[in-house]
Design a protein around this ligand. Sequence first.
Ligand SMILES: Cc1cc2nc3c(=O)[nH]c(=O)nc-3n(C[C@H](O)[C@H](O)[C@H](O)COP(=O)(O)OP(=O)(O)OC[C@H]3O[C@@H](n4cnc5c(N)ncnc54)[C@H](O)[C@@H]3O)c2cc1C
Length: 451
Amino acid sequence: MPKDPIHPKKRNAEGVMESPRQLSVRDHYDVIVCGGGPAGVGAALAAAREGARTLVIEQYGMLGGVWTAGLLNPFFECGGRGWVVDDLVNRLTQEGAFRKWRAHDYCFDIESMRRILEQMLTEAGADLLYYTRIADSIIEDDKICGVVIESKAGRQAVMAEVVIDTTGDGDVLARSGCEYNLGRESDGHLQPMTLMFEVRGLPHDYEQESSQVLYDQMMQAIKTHSLAYELPYPRCGYAPWIMGTPSPGVGDVQSTHVFRMNPLDPADLTRGTIDCRQQAAETVEILKRIPGFEQVELTHTASQIGIREARRLVGRYSMELQDLIEGRRFEDAVTSCGFVIDVHHEEAAGKEVEMVHTRIKPYEIPYRSLIPQELRGLLVAGRCISGSHEAHASYRVTGTAMALGQAAGLAAARAVREKIELVDVDGRALRATLQQRGAKFADDVKVVHQS
Ligand SMILES: Cc1cc2nc3c(=O)[nH]c(=O)nc-3n(C[C@H](O)[C@H](O)[C@H](O)COP(=O)(O)OP(=O)(O)OC[C@H]3O[C@@H](n4cnc5c(N)ncnc54)[C@H](O)[C@@H]3O)c2cc1C
């Protein structure tokens, strides 16, 4: 009969002391991608297509992160990214799983996204481990050389030449001793969290005019029907939004909000999820009282509460508000962005709305923003790259996150192939390759959603 050994621990005044343990090494890869969200799939596809032996480690049983576990739509900033991002967009379009949403954006079918991402990863030859959490980093001589994973199989090590942190929350960079920022500089507040949910029974070809119009309709319904509900945010541009998906009558709703919570604290994550689930049910009750929405039903809430902002690396270059206002270009740019500064703070009626209206120009993000200051062997991509709270509120969108992942995967594969440090990968050459593969940079990008 199987029997696992007990790992010895001792209680002491500070807590519990674990004794050293021997970890089995599961495998050795060229590139390990930690987290299979938009940035992670971009990184893994790029690295694997460049010939690197690549592993993606993901805590859920699906790829896509906030797109899939988080029920998020639309796919902002998905155009002009080139290479693997264009490939994803083309496949979604060919399947009829992509639908235009308002003037510039697209919504996708979430189940198709899950399957297509798996197909693409498999075709590229990347390995995938689901239901596995990255618990720690393995550092030797100022270089990350692998990660400790935790799964039903217990704790194991997986080794790599390059590790890419695409956990969104920057779990790996934190476990690796890299410096990071958390929250806005003035008071440490992080953007609120939102549990997305899906509804059916929307009017045929529903297209929302603005968040303010729907807000007013909801407030009217509360008043008319004397409902004992309150909307959890002020009248503003960021919520509520109902995004019609390619499936008739089905929409993903961005409405619930919990403020002043720490997404790195499981107690806050739990309380936030419970509060948001209640808000979702109440939102649907209100919607049903709006003429035309009588048939709307809540089908399900997301498995993962949406985290807009957590750790942000302190890297070799930090993206700042001024870079966005000036529309800065960089020789070693690996992507561009034209998305507004999208902050969801409670004070949305005051200063923060002004922030949304801070005029930016299309700007670029340099390769250096993905590289830690000291540690070798690690790249960071997605929403946890190096930048300020305000700059992050623009580049955090999924099209940019996947494009950053694509660049990180390319750089990682190059470093492995040429046996050089990540910091010695030529950022200008990365830019040139990405451009050859169809990526557009700031001269060819427009700012969207700016009033
Ligand atoms: C509510 C909400 C609404 C938004 N609206 C939009 C929108 O409409 N359009 C848009 O384009 N963007 C939107 N964004 C922004 C965007 O979703 C994120 O910034 C984007 O997902 C960043 O991608 P990422 O790959 O960096 O992170 P994530 O999507 O968070 O992916 C991280 C992945 O890593 C995995 N992971 C994390 N930690 C571990 C670990 N320790 N071990 C193993 N796996 C791990 C996660 O399960 C996940 O799959 C929104 C965000 C939120 C929260």
